[in-house]
Design a protein around this ligand. Structure first.
Ligand code: ZN
Length: 200
């Protein structure tokens, strides 16, 4: 006999499939949701559906946005000749929070990982190269992938391609701890990594 109703089981199952949520957390969340007022649950469900429906990639930098061109790419005060390459939108947000970086970004949506079978074609790398060849004045491409094995592999791969295209390419300093996820690192460390970047 099932301990819970079929609906509760289904909800627990869906929640447990989310990253970082084990079966105990999933149970706790499920019961919390059931005890919430109807209107609140509907707002939550609706915001998930709306986000999924409306969020798309910026056609220029591939970050997640509600519009064709994200606010950063649309901002003429930003330095469009400096492009920082990051693994995901959360890393972009981490650098934006410092408020000190004035260039634009390119979001790869992943990193090359031979072990996981993720190759150069599985990330937004072709899009980066197309962007670079289509844009005239690129002063610098800053590679800010994580300092994990995957991040370093990706940085090496990309730098070779970009250097071959005759564009200046730098890598953020490894003030960022090895295996460190950019989004968890404080702003001071992020800025230090950016300022201490080296030529590749
Ligand atoms: Zn953009």
């Amino acid at each position: 006999m099932d301990l819970y109703s079929g609906y509760i089981n289904k909800l627990i199952e869906e929640l447990a499939a989310l990253p970082g949520i084990g079966s105990k957390s999933a149970q706790r969340l499920a019961f919390h949701l059931i005890n919430m007022p109807q209107g609140k649950v509907e707002r939550l469900a609706n915001s998930m559906v709306q986000a999924k429906k409306n969020v798309r990639y910026c056609t220029e930098c591939f970050t997640l946005t509600d519009t064709d061109i994200c606010p950063i790419c649309a901002d003429s005060r930003r330095d469009h000749g400096t492009i920082m390459v990051v693994e995901n939108t959360r890393d972009l947000a981490a650098y934006e929070k410092t408020g000190k970086y004035k260039g634009v970004y390119h979001v790869l949506h992943g990193a090359i990982s031979p072990m996981l079978g993720i190759g150069p074609h599985d990330i937004k790398l072709k899009e980066l190269m197309e962007r670079l060849s289509g844009q005239k004045e690129i002063a610098e491409v800053i590679i800010a992938t994580n300092s994990s094995l995957e991040g370093e592999t990706t940085a090496m791969y990309i730098s070779k391609l970009i250097k071959a295209a005759g564009i200046r390419v730098t890598r953020i300093a490894s003030g960022v701890p090895v295996g460190g996820d950019l989004e968890y690192i404080d702003e001071v460390t992020l800025l230090r990594a950016l300022e201490g970047r080296t030529e590749l």
